[in-house]
Structure formats: C-alpha cells, structure tokens
Write a protein that binds this ligand. Structure first.
Ligand code: BGC
Length: 760
C-alpha cells in the first residue's frame, strides 16, 4: 500500500515536472490528445501499447497460419502490439503499420525500433571509434546521417546511443560506447541524441529524424570480469559520478526513450529496479518519455532469481517503471489479469501508456503513420554518395596515431615499394563492425582497395595467414586460424623486398559487440607470430590496428615504429586508412579508453583514486603497484599523435583564489611547431585535492579541438564553474566544496602541465 502510494506520488510529481518543463502549445496539445485517446482504450489495448515484438515473418508475403509468428500476427490485429523492432524497409514497415492502423479498433500506429548503432546501411565507425575523434560536431553529424538513412527505411526509433561507461576492455560492448570517461561520455551522449532526434523536441516530427534511446540503464558496463550480462555491484559514488552522468546528459539533450539493462545492480535487476527507473530517472530527473526493457529482460528476472514466475516478474517490472516489454511476452500475457486482480495499479499502466503515446504523437505518427514510408526518399537516401562522404569524414576523424617513431608516417607517395600484409587488409566484411543488420556483407572498402588508389608506389599484398576459419556472423562464435601458416613465406618475401611494410592486424569485426567478452586482449590467431616473423626481416613496419576494444600489445608497442589505431571504421574504412597513411589527412584522434599493458591491469582507467600509497616512497614493496608490470597503461586515455608537433605554453589562471560560483578561467597557448597543418585536442583535467569523499587523481572537465597551421599559435581558454568543480556524494547530492584544486592542461591524461587554485 505504502509502495503504491509512493509510486503514485512520484507519478504525479513526474507529470508535474513534465508540465513545468514544457513550453505551451504543441506539447500541451499532445497531452490533451493522449488523454483523450487513453480514455477510449480498453485495458487490453493499453497493455498492447506496452508490448513490443521482434519482426516475425516476411510481412509482405502471406501471413503465417501457425507458430509464434502466427500468434504475433494475431496480436498485432487485436491491437496488442505497440511497437515492433527490426522490421525494416518501406515495404515491410508499411505492411505492419497498415495492420496496426487499419485492422485494429483504435488504429494506433506502431513505433518501429531498430539498432542503428553505427550507421544504418552506410556504416560509420563503431561508436568507440567515433568517440576517439573528440569531435562533437562530427559525431552529431554522423548520428544525423544514420537517422536519415534509417528514417528513409521506415524506422522511427533507434536503440541508441549506448552511453554505458566501461573501464573493462574484456567487455565486448565497449565498442558501442564512448569509453571510460563520464565527461567525454556525456558530451558524446548529447551529440548523438541531438544527431538522431534534432536539437529540439519539435524536430522529432521531421521525417528525417528518429527517436533516440539512452541505454543500458544502468551499470551494464561494469559487468564483473568483463563477462557480458554478468553481475554488477558498485557503490553509489561510482554510480552517481561515473555511470549516471552520460544518461543525465542524454536526458537533458531531450532523449525520448531509455532502455534498461540485463544486469543486476547491487542485487536488483535493472528491469525491476525502482530506484533507477522511478526514483532517479522519472523522479529526480523528471523524464517524461518511456523506458523499454532490454530483450526479454522481464523474463530474465526469473533466471536472476528475483521473481518466481512471469507474473511476479511483470509486477516487479511495471512497478519499477519499465514501460514497454521487449520480447518477454510477459506484459501481453500477464498484465491484464494482474490489473484485474489488483496486483498492479491501473495508474501505473496508464502512466506507461501515456508516455508511449506521447512519443508516438511527437513523432507525428498519428498525423501520418506512413510518414517514414516514402519509397522515393528510401531510394535517394540509402547508400547515397553524400552518406558515404559523411561516413568517410567521420572515419578519418576517428583514427588515432599511437606511435610514429622516426616519422615513418606519412608514407611517401612515390617511388616506394610497399608490402601490405595481413588477412584483415583485404577483408571487406570485418571493417563493417558488429552492429550492421541493415547492411550487406562484404561492402566495406578494404585497406587494400584504399591503398590501391595511390598509384605512385608499388604495392604488393600478401595475407600471411587467415584470421578466421568458417563463418563469421553476428550470431556465431568465431573460430580462429591457429595452424595454417602456409602464407607466411610469401609474406616474408614481400616484406624483404619492401621499403615499408604495412600490416593490418587485430580483431575481426564480429569479435567485439554483444556476447563477445575476451580474457585475452592480444592479436588473435597467428597474427602476433606473423608480426614478429616479419619484423625479423624488415622492421620498418606500420601496424594498422583493427579492433573494437583496447588491446594489450606490449611487444608491438615496444618494437613496432609506427602504430595506427583504425578500429572498425565502417563502409569507408579503406579510404580513410589510406588517406591517413599517405598524409592526405593528418590524424587528430585521441583514445577514449586506456590501453593496458596486459589484461591483468584491467580495469584500468585514468581517473582512478590515489590510494594511500601511490608511490614507492620507502623503497620497499609496500606501495600500490604490481611486481611484474608497470601500473601505468600502455597508451593512456587522451593519447593520440599528429604528423605535426604541438608545444604548450604555461597554464595561466585569471586568479589564484575564487569564491564559490565565480568562473575559473584557465588559458594556455598552443603552437604548431611541426611541418604540417594539424588539429590538437587540448584537454583540461582537475583534481579536488581534499574533499568529503576522496576524488580521482584527475578528472577530465574540458576539451577543445584547435586547428593550427604550421607555425601558428592560438590561445585556448576554458571556464570552470560549479558544474565542473563538484561531485555527487553517496546520497546523490551534488556538492561543490571549498579547498585546493589542481588544474592540468595537456595533450593526454598522462602528459599535462599543472597549476593550482583555491576555492573559498
Ligand atoms: C541488446 C540491446 C539491443 C536489443 C535489441 C539486446 O540484446 O542488449 O542493446 O538494443 O537487443 O536488438
């Protein structure tokens, strides 16, 4: 009883807050329409809105007569389905929408969801790679491009952005996020939401935008031991300061939906987690869109041991604020009866349906349910030249130059013999990355094809060794080649005769992503062996890495003179890599996640706490370190080189003491001292020296990308306010505490200059 009362109080608060946030007119009009429609709906129809099914048969063909698909079809006709996912293409979407609109009693249109994670058909770099650009305009544009392609295909809702912070490279889904840092992650979240949806709520009505979904709420990136779906246990300090900020940023950018997550958080499954969904999201933050569960996550609460059966799982999920059930078959089968028996309050059902209808109205689906179903637009948009140019631009910006000894890069354009080695160099499938359901296999430009565009050099390609054996798909475990070395000799011969060897090595595109956790962060298969063999013959190697997570490659980091982090860059991979290798594009990316020296260091992240014994002050073993490896990462968060060099001047503050609320101005001069025009991401970190909770040794609180011509100097000024200087305590209160702060400015988290100020 008490619980219901609290829930109702929160609902009222939620909608009062929603009202307060809203300008008049359009939004009020929508509220009225939602109320009017809700008043007409039967309980079954309401529950139907809360039910989402995966695409089920060739909808443009004859409808099925039996089985699961027949059941879904029947439910659709009854109005028991509010949304479908993974139906795509104008013809298909129109067909399902037609059933919902023309055959159901109230004709409520479906909202059509899809995982538009890194592009739709024209694929952009994996999200982790995009985050490495630190270029928010580019990231926003990339989401805009993806949205327009998806929208042209009938889709009006993406299950993105993934805003999970993670410090664990073993977890395969780090490829979907923006890395380890909550500040960068929040900026990226905002850019992606605005890119998908537009900058204002009214932009949602455009047929070129789609609703976004911040996921996975919350804590999913902290799966123990990096094993996907595993237990998450964390204190409030980490939850409030590290995990939640990007979700909050997404909410503030106007994201219309959230997806909860598979994991338990401190014992409570996220799907049945009232603290997350009701108290924080819909309560404190006043979110008035809706929450979708992750795939079958209501049902999985039974497996978690949190509910006896589907009915109990439904009660817990609805009470906790999960508005729409994705593929659990729980709400559609249980909820009507649960309401009739008084086990779920109808007010909670009404609230969920109100939220779902609100978003449907905002998308304009009631004005025209077929507004995303325009064949002409579909033909003109999908795979267009403009979209290919856009993803190429993003791909170049995502590349990170990790090492460039002796200025081996950029490659000379003429008179060179180049050996290109590695199975991934010619692979047209792997570079597409993991989430690419709408794309065709083998449609990426390979690195080989990209390099073939440069005709002034002699290019010889040898694969050396296959990476995988058998099929490589989204669903199946990969099998690696660990035995067939028959291509080694030809590769060695090519290396021997070459001036420069370019080796493309790393992970297959299907080696990261959902269900793809690893305990090794090395080069799979025979690649490390091949690399070392080639090195013996010709050490003049440029290593181009393809991977969806940080790798630990200590031997390569030590020995290979030039290393380019090229991730999985999508459709235009080969062109982007070739343009960077040949210097037609000067790389400016910076790592959004620390690269460990070995897997035993994981989780490793720059914004760690000091510990009581951070350094070896007494010349003995009793300090926080490893006896068999450095404790620093191989490549730090924020690291990334350019073909030019930048010199930082002294960090200046406008004052030495500030009172609370007063802006702190930090400035520094940057000069391009090298031989190329270039871009540098200037990074600002702070440390709150002593606070009521121990604060990290460094926290990113600002960054700016500056373009500098050869010899040019620019001054970059950052402003720190309460928003940057405070933190959340264990009760979730935001505090700005007086005391001494360090400010660091530099080119990466481990290469900065510092100064201090006092906050009174
Ligand atoms: C994933 C989600 C995804 C959903 C729908 C789940 O397995 O965790 O991120 O959006 O499937 O495809």
């Amino acid at each position: 009883m008490k619980q219901t009362f609290l829930l109702l109080a929160m609902l009222t608060l939620g909608s009062a807050q929603a009202q307060k946030n809203k300008p008049m007119n359009k939004e009020q009009e929508i509220e009225q329409k939602v109320d009017a429609l809700l008043a007409k709906m039967t309980l079954e129809e309401k529950v139907g809105q809360m039910n989402q099914y995966n695409g089920f048969w060739d909808v443009t063909g004859p409808s099925p007569k039996e089985g699961n698909a027949a059941l879904k079809y029947e439910h659709l006709r009854k109005g028991w389905v509010g949304s479908m996912l993974t139906v795509r293409g104008v013809k298909e979407v129109r067909a399902v929408q037609k059933i919902a609109v023309e055959e159901t009693r109230l004709g409520i249109p479906l909202i059509i969801g899809f995982d538009v994670i890194h592009g739709y058909k024209t694929l952009s770099p994996i999200p982790l790679a995009e985050a490495a650009s630190w270029d928010m305009e580019a990231i926003q544009q990339s989401a805009t491009t993806a949205a327009s392609e998806a929208a042209a295909s009938g889709i009006n809702w993406t299950f993105g952005p993934n805003v999970d912070i993670s410090r664990d490279a073993r977890w395969g889904r780090v490829m979907e996020g923006a890395g380890e840092d909550p500040f960068l992650g929040s900026k990226v979240a905002e850019a992606r939401v605005k890119g998908f949806q537009g900058s204002n709520r009214s932009d949602l009505a455009s047929p070129l935008t789609i609703a976004a979904c911040a996921k996975h709420f919350a804590g999913y990136g902290f799966a123990e031991a990096g094993r996907d779906y595993n237990t998450v246990d964390m204190g409030n300090a980490t939850l409030y300061n590290t995990v939640l900020p990007p979700f909050k940023a997404a909410k503030e950018a106007g994201v219309r939906t959230f997806m909860n997550s598979f994991n338990i958080l401190n014992g409570v499954p996220a799907t049945g987690n009232s603290f997350l969904q009701r108290d924080i999201l819909k309560g404190k933050w006043g979110f008035d869109g809706f929450v979708i569960t992750d795939w079958a996550s209501v049902r999985e609460m039974i497996t978690h041991g949190f509910a006896e059966d589907r009915a109990e799982a439904t009660v817990k999920a609805v009470n906790a604020g999960a508005d729409m059930d994705m593929e659990s078959y729980a709400y559609v089968n249980e909820l009507v009866q649960l309401v009739n028996e008084g086990k779920v309050d109808i007010a909670l059902v009404d609230d969920a349906v109100r939220r779902i209808l609100r978003v449907k109205y905002e998308l304009g689906l009631f004005d025209d349910p077929y507004k995303y179903c325009d064949e002409k637009r579909e033909k003109a948009t999908i795979g267009s030249k403009a979209n290919n140019e856009a993803v190429l631009d993003m791909a170049k910006k995502s590349i990170v130059l990790l090492k460039n000894d002796n200025q081996l890069l950029p490659l000379k354009k003429k008179g060179q013999k180049i050996a290109l080695i590695g199975a991934l160099a010619a692979n047209k499938n792997s570079p597409l990355g993991s989430w690419r359901i709408a794309s065709d296999d083998n449609t990426a430009i390979s690195v080989l094809e990209g390099m073939q565009q440069y005709k002034g050099n002699e290019l010889v390609y040898e694969k050396g060794a296959d990476l995988t054996i058998g099929k490589t798909t989204f669903l199946d475990e990969l099998v690696f080649n660990t035995a067939d070395r028959s291509g080694f000799e030809a590769a060695k011969k090519a290396a021997k005769e070459a001036d420069v060897v370019v080796m493309v090595l790393g992970e297959h595109g299907f080696q990261s992503g959902e269900g793809r956790s690893r305990t090794h962060l090395d080069l799979p298969g025979l690649q490390q062996e091949l690399l070392e063999e080639i090195y013996k013959i010709n050490p003049n190697i440029v290593l181009v890495l393809n991977n969806g997570r940080p790798l630990a490659l200590p031997w390569a980091a030590e020995n290979i003179p030039a290393i380019v982090e090229a991730w999985h860059l999508g459709t235009q991979t080969g062109n982007a890599v070739a343009q960077v290798l040949y210097g037609d594009y000067n790389p400016s990316g910076k790592l959004p996640m620390s690269f460990p020296r070995n897997v035993g260091q994981v989780p490793i992240y720059y914004n760690q706490h000091s510990t009581g014994r951070p350094i070896d002050s007494d010349n003995n073993v009793f300090w926080s370190h490893y006896s068999d490896a450095e404790k620093t990462p191989q490549f730090a968060f924020g690291h990334g080189l350019s073909y030019t060099t930048f010199k930082y001047g002294t960090v200046q503050l406008n004052k030495k003491e500030y009172s609370k609320g007063e802006p702190v101005k930090v400035s520094v001069d940057i000069t391009n001292t090298g031989n190329y025009d270039g871009k540098e991401v200037v990074q600002l970190y702070i440390r709150d020296i002593a606070a009521s909770l121990s604060r990290p040794v460094k926290e990113l609180k600002g960054f700016e990308m500056v373009s500098l011509k050869k010899g040019e100097t620019k001054t970059v000024t950052f402003t720190l306010t309460d928003k940057e200087l405070g933190f959340y305590n264990n009760e979730g209160e935001y505090l700005v505490e007086p005391g001494t702060f360090k400010v660091f400015v530099g080119t990466s988290s481990d290469n900065v200059q510092e100064t201090t100020f006092k906050l009174r």
